[in-house]
Design a protein around this ligand. Sequence first.
Ligand code: B12
Ligand code: SF4
Ligand code: SF4
Length: 296
Amino acid sequence: MDIKQTIKDLALKYGMDMCGVASVDRFAESPPGTHPEEILPGCKSVIVIGVRLLDGIIQANFRSFEDGMSQLKGLYGTYAYTILPNYELAYACYAVAQTLERATGEVAVPLSTGPMTNGKQISLRHAAVAAGLGEFSWMSIVLTPEFGPRNRFGAILTTAEIEADPMYSGVSLCNNCGICTKVCPTNAIGEYGSDDKHSCKVGEREFTYATVSMPRCYVAEHALRKEFGGKEDLIDNPDPTWDEVNEAMSKLPVSELGLQHADSWHCGRCLSYCPAGKWKQRFRDKNLSKGAGAVS
Ligand code: B12
Ligand code: SF4
Ligand code: SF4
């Protein structure tokens, strides 16, 4: 049996759009505590699966950003952020790990995939790049050729030695347009070209991307101000520390609006307006968005 093909077919059967394999040596620069071999001694391969976000849900985000239909933010939260992609990825990771263990007798660890599942074991961004699915963008997340940043990833570590896929080496997927920086409502993403950036090495490739202020991003994502769907302005500092964010989070009122216990807005403006991944054909040409100028 060709185990690599079996796994790839299985991932697609479980609703995934992509699957790639990285050899563990591509993680040589991982910080302590996040290296695959620390999580699974003897790990030889990291399998990464990815699912695209529905164009229909990204367009619901445009209706919210451009037409004031803030009630639609829940669609993005459910189908593109906390609920569906994470559960779907979790099921697919589990199925791949089960198949690997049954077929090879090797060990396979499905990792968790997002905030709802406490998913911080390894950096899934680095793993997706290592497995050849795409490359880092200025806004720090991974662009794939077909869907741009509108993907979510999951990973399975295994002691099975599976032939690695080549890393992405095609044309640059990020065109450095700076749209992500301009549309961010909390100014969380550094200006393109500024010195405030990160570098990292995955396999033989080096990447540079903006420093993204995650506390600032958190303010928009977790509805910590009224402009982001919150009931109160729980934070005033435009450049908050994690302590300030955590204090504001502790004051979030319990929400009765759906599965989550707290209000959230989920934002995703950077991801929605990034032109990579055929944005024009998917959204502009179908009159689904007026473009980044409508919100920046
Ligand atoms: C928590 C989290 C958040 C928090 C951030 C909190 C924080 N303290 O960082 C918040 C809620 C703000 C957030 C925001 C968003 N997130 Co988020 N997030 C995560 C999550 C679950 C964990 C991040 C984490 O702590 N990882 C663990 C640490 C170790 O990894 P790291 O921070 O990425 O790595 C750093 C270092 O440790 C080191 N490093 C780590 N590993 C390695 C390996 C090598 C080889 C090297 C060289 C270096 C290195 O480099 C990094 C830079 O310092 C990841 C899933 C995941 N496991 O990666 C998703 C994830 C990164 N998010 C994702 C997304 C989509 C978003 C949003 C767009 C959500 C939205 N609003 O729609 C925004 C992105 C904003 C932006 N422009 O970046 C996706 C990205 C998909 C993609 N296309 O790349 C991920 C991968 C989830 C998924 N399952 O796909 N996120
Ligand atoms: S919006 Fe432009 S600069 Fe930002 S990640 Fe996408 S292509 Fe790169
Ligand atoms: S998700 Fe929103 S707040 Fe966070 S970086 Fe992207 S645009 Fe900014």
